[in-house]
Design a protein around this ligand. Structure first.
Ligand code: ZN
Ligand code: ZN
Length: 358
């Protein structure tokens, strides 16, 4: 039994989406009490007393909100339903009978906040402490790397070599960021061992609440990238490129240093792409196309979040969309493993309550 309904995406656009009746029932009945009670429930939740203090009362609150007679639509199991566009002029849809419940936009908004808050709460405290410590260390290493690059410039040829190395490193970093972003969006779940809460969790949260990244402190935004690149950064900090050491070796060291810097800064660049007022120098780099620009990145933020994964410079996105790069990889993986792309991400990002947690 399929139900088609209008759904609102991150950018406020309304699109058709389909769902089975079992999915809707699951969405209503499987709200974990932990999801209801852990989050910042915003102004909607403040209307209800004690919503976050008791799991049982929270659950009944959510059920009450979802089944509220003034806002919800009760629909026929086989009906094609429009929750707002198909009304007959009196504000009510013409489909009313039967046993399925669709939440209204307010309930969907509340559910999104609850899901985002739950995912945010899964950031392990030990990882937070690690990210803080590594970010502090990395600030010094990063300054050393910038100093190494700038102090190595001694001639026009060294400048050309550095700019060439930067361009190649930017392509490489864009490719790596795209592959990692695609992999985390497409496969695994918050419950995947090791990487579930440490890595995949933040990708799920970002689709539900895209601007949350702009409120994250430096260590939370960049912790994973720094963790992955810090060993290389430390080695390179003590092995600066020197133009006197020869053409190819100088180019290679510049390339490695630029790659490390860009990869470690990818999430910061991503954060700036979501910021309304990034620093003026950053905005200039965005306008010049040197780093990911906000409007270009918004192409990714439409359900089902299946395009424009590259988030360092975004240079590779047009090419990858043109050659259908991501679909080809997904089809190949699905034909071998049977893994369905974005299955877990759609459980989180589609309207409805959070997927059941084990
Ligand atoms: Zn994504
Ligand atoms: Zn984003």
């Amino acid at each position: 039994m399929e139900v088609i309904t209008n759904v609102e995406d991150d950018c406020g656009q309304t699109t058709k989406a389909s769902s089975t009746s079992s999915t809707l029932r699951f969405g209503v009945s499987a709200i974990p009490s932990s999801v209801i009670s852990t989050g910042d429930e915003g102004e909607e939740s403040s209307e209800e007393d004690g919503a976050s203090t008791s799991s049982s009362s929270s659950k009944s609150l959510a059920m009450e909100k979802i089944s509220g007679a003034s806002t919800s639509k009760i629909i026929d199991a086989n009906a094609v339903v429009d929750t707002g566009e198909n009304d007959d002029g009196d504000g009510e849809t013409s489909s009313t009978p039967s046993d399925l419940l669709l939440p209204d936009w307010k309930t969907r908004s509340l559910q999104r906040k609850q899901k985002a808050a739950y995912l945010a709460s899964q950031y392990p405290p030990a990882k937070q402490r690690l990210d803080k410590a590594l970010s502090f260390i990395y600030c010094f290493v990063m300054m050393r790397l910038f100093y190494n690059l700038l102090s190595s410039l001694s001639s026009l040829s060294s400048l050309v070599a550095l700019l060439s190395a930067f361009a190649l490193a930017a392509l490489w970093a864009d490719f790596v960021s795209g592959m990692l972003h695609w992999a985390c969006d497409t496969y695994g779940s918050v419950d995947t061992p090791v990487v579930g809460k440490l890595l995949i969790r933040s990708f799920r949260e970002h689709h539900i609440d895209p601007t949350a990244i702009t409120r994250h402190p430096f260590f939370e935004t960049n912790g994973n990238s720094i963790l992955a690149t810090l060993p290389f950064a430390v080695i390179l900090a003590f092995n600066p490129p020197t133009a006197a050491s020869g053409g190819f070796y100088y180019f290679l060291m510049c390339y490695l240093t630029c790659s490390t810097l860009l990869l470690s800064f990818t999430n910061q660049i991503h954060k700036w792409a979501h910021s309304h007022e990034p620093p003026s120098a950053v905005r200039a780099l965005q306008k010049m196309g040197v780093i990911l620009e906000g409007r270009a990145h918004q192409k990714h933020h439409f359900r089902p979040y299946d395009r424009d994964y590259c988030i360092t410079t975004g240079w590779l996105n047009p090419l990858f969309e043109k050659i259908d790069y991501w679909r080809r990889i997904e089809d190949a993986i699905q034909s071998v493993t049977g893994a369905v792309p974005r299955k877990d991400d759609q459980n989180w990002s589609q309207p409805g309550a959070a997927p059941k947690q084990d």
